[in-house]
Write a new protein. Structure first.
Lengths: 387, 248
């Protein structure tokens, strides 16, 4: 039967989106897969992979072509992060942080001169980007931050430290949100782009982590760091509001990261369940296992729909705060559960480094924490639906 | 130099192969399609001629609309334009005649085809195409240089190589060796976006008949289960290889 397309919602990837996903998959298979466990073990941040990702156009996915980017939208962005995360979530996390946080902050709130200056470098991975909101004492309560910027002539003097910053050591530029007004005032914070090498700006301790070990997480330290006013992004006092908007989009990428992890773990479990024989049958023939697989498949499908709906709203410039938070929360909780069940399906082998689910299990947990914990997503969602 | 690269749209090597309609038709359900690997080596070599010698590269496929993503991938890799002959690729003679028409209309100096497609493994198209277009022909080609009107091609011969001096127009049946696997290109985002704007021309098929017709396909016997033999038990291994596998 021919159906009038005007009466349909389209859930298919376009040919271009399919091609983007295939390229990301092939890229990951060639350049990431062979090294995953080595990077995980040594907790090495493989900067050369990001340079190659830059040549592919994965480091400026959302950046328009006029600034050296790929000029793609959020559906393609999800596809890229997802395919990379299926192979190595920690590379997916770094891509997400570089694209959504640092680069997108400059793209969305930078002036023309700032965009021309920094975006072409970031979009090609000539520079790696970092983004600092979190501090040692302020994570979920980021608005309570203690790092300050004080105006001094045409410059600002920044003092304090940012914690848990992706690319805190290897980044060439960091967008940081610091306090320029009263504590507790959501309009008392301002964003600055600060280049590595600026006197008074250094990186501190690199975290030794449970998972996502190839993604570098480190401290940024500011000791009387003098930053010209030309590096200010947007208006004085707008930094926190900007950060919340940046996170609206960023959450879609953490959702995509979660989706990739869930699919990677599920596919491994599905395959293993058909190969592993116990009591004379493949374990997939036991309902205890097959029902787990059914739940996994369903929850993955639901995550995917939620995230692509958020992407659709974002692409069409509509408010995405609630649905983005839902997508991030749901997909991240699903990926933790799926990774957990995938280990269970592998039994003892799943607990060893010979099977990929061991790493998915460790990597997955970041997703319910980074860019706002599950509890904070619930706060965002409930506030919005009760408005 | 004008280059025509013939692109076959074939199932990914990891696809599960099934047949329908009483084992007379290949079941495309759920199958992922890719550029035929032999053609991809050729396309990548053509990219080299484009970048180093300013060649213009057209890709062509005989097939229905479902093959367009494969052509567009070739455009994303860097081909300048694409032609699709709107007909089902049934037998080798039919396909060769369609390609010959495209080749003659376009006046290409070099036609790069794959030695064979990895789906039906016919291996006849490049030879027929050379005959139909009155061009020189080198099969199982693993190396190609072109200087002006002269071409130096390297052929694989069982266990060795043969270097051939010939001239354009030339058809080659290419394979791995033209470039290596590590030279193959993954389309980058810019290439994918540019491919959307490149010309993909659809031409109607020339009048041509099939010379053969597939009446039945059979799959190889399914692989048996794996037998593990302990390293201490060489006698058992030898006996299994001799009596069961019958390979020694
Ligand atoms: C690998 C990694 C990479 C990161 N990358 C970056 C980065 O690039 N840039 C950046 O700025 N930050 C980054 N972060 C920081 C991350 O965003 C924070 O860790 C996160 O926001 C949580 O903050 P916290 O760790 O201080 O936890 P806390 O805020 O101390 O939370 C502790 C617990 O209390 C709960 N909680 C807090 N408040 C409430 C509440 N009101 N109601 C209910 N429960 C609550 C939380 O949900 C959590 O369970 C990264 C973190 C990690 C682990």
């Amino acid at each position: 039967m021919e159906i009038d397309l005007g009466t349909q919602m389209n859930f298919d990837y376009s040919e271009t989106q399919q091609m983007v996903a295939t390229s990301a998959k092939e890229f990951a298979e060639q350049n990431i897969r062979p090294h995953v466990m080595k990077w995980d073990e040594s907790q090495e941040f493989p900067i050369e992979v990001f340079k190659k990702a830059g040549e592919m156009g994965f480091m400026g996915v959302l950046v328009p072509e006029e600034y050296g980017g790929s000029g793609l939208g959020y559906h393609e962005y999800i596809a890229i992060i997802e395919e990379i995360a299926k192979v190595d979530p920690s590379i997916g996390l770094s891509l997400a942080a570089h694209n959504s946080l640092c680069t997108n902050h400059i793209l969305t709130f930078g002036n023309e001169e700032q965009k021309r200056k920094w975006l072409p470098k970031l979009a090609t991975a000539e520079w790696i980007g970092a983004w600092g909101l979190t501090e040692h004492n302020t994570g979920s309560d980021a608005g309570g931050m203690n790092t300050t910027a004080v105006k001094d002539g045409d410059d600002w003097i920044i003092n304090g430290a940012k914690n848990f910053i992706t690319h805190g050591k290897s980044g060439d530029i960091a967008v940081v949100i610091v306090r320029t007004g009263e504590k507790g005032d959501s309009h008392g914070m301002t964003a600055f782009a600060i280049e590595m090498g600026t006197p008074g700006f250094s990186s501190g301790k690199k975290e030794d982590k449970l998972g996502m070990r190839a993604s570098e997480t480190a401290e940024l330290v500011f000791d009387n760091c003098r930053v010209p006013d030309a590096n200010r992004l947007g208006e004085v006092g707008d930094g926190f509001v900007q950060a919340m908007k940046v996170l609206d989009g960023g959450r879609i990428s953490i959702g995509a990261l979660s989706l990739g992890i869930a699919k990677g773990a599920y596919e491994a479990a599905l395959k293993y369940s058909k190969e592993r024989v116990q009591f004379g049958k493949p374990i997939s023939s036991f309902q205890g296992i097959s029902f787990k697989l059914a739940d996994m498949a369903t929850e993955i499908e639901a995550s995917e729909l939620l995230l692509h709906k958020a992407a659709f709203l974002k692409n069409t410039n509509r408010k995405v705060t609630t649905i983005g938070a839902m997508g991030k929360m749901y997909a991240s909780e699903v990926c933790v559960k799926v990774a957990n069940d995938a280990v269970q399906i592998h039994g003892g082998y799943g607990y060893t480094k010979d099977f990929p689910v061991e790493k998915f299990y460790r990597d997955s947990k970041l997703c319910t924490i980074g860019e706002g914990t599950t509890e904070i997503q619930k706060l965002v969602i409930s506030r919005n639906i009760l408005k | 130099m004008k280059i025509l690269v013939c692109i076959s749209h074939v199932p990914d090597t990891t696809s599960k192969i099934n047949f329908t309609e009483g084992d007379t038709k290949f079941d495309t359900n759920g199958v992922q399609f890719v550029i035929n690997p032999n053609d991809e080596f050729g396309l990548t070599r053509a990219m080299w001629f484009k970048e180093k010698q300013g060649a213009n590269v057209t890709v062509v496929n005989v097939g229905g609309p479902e093959t367009e993503p494969t052509l567009r991938k070739a455009l994303a890799i860097g081909a300048d334009e694409a032609i699709r002959v709107n007909a089902e690729a049934t037998d080798g003679a039919f396909v060769a005649k369609q390609l010959a028409k495209v080749a003659q209309d376009g006046g290409y100096d070099l036609i790069i085809a794959g030695r064979e497609s990895i789906d039906y493994n016919g291996g006849m198209v490049p030879g027929m195409l050379a005959t139909l277009t009155d061009a020189n022909f080198v099969n199982t080609c693993i190396g190609l240089e072109v200087e002006g009107n002269e071409a130096t091609a390297v052929r694989e011969i069982d266990g060795g190589k043969e270097t051939i001096q010939t001239s354009l127009p030339l058809v080659i049946g290419g394979q791995k060796g033209l470039v290596e696997e590590s030279d193959l290109r993954i389309p980058n985002m810019r290439g994918i976006m540019m491919a959307r704007k490149k010309q993909l021309t659809i031409v109607e098929p020339a009048d041509a008949s099939n010379e053969t017709k597939a009446v039945k396909f059979e799959k190889p016997a399914p692989k048996g289960a794996v037998k593990l033999v302990s390293p201490d038990n060489l006698d058992e291994l030898v006996s299994l290889l001799h009596n069961e596998a019958k390979v020694i």
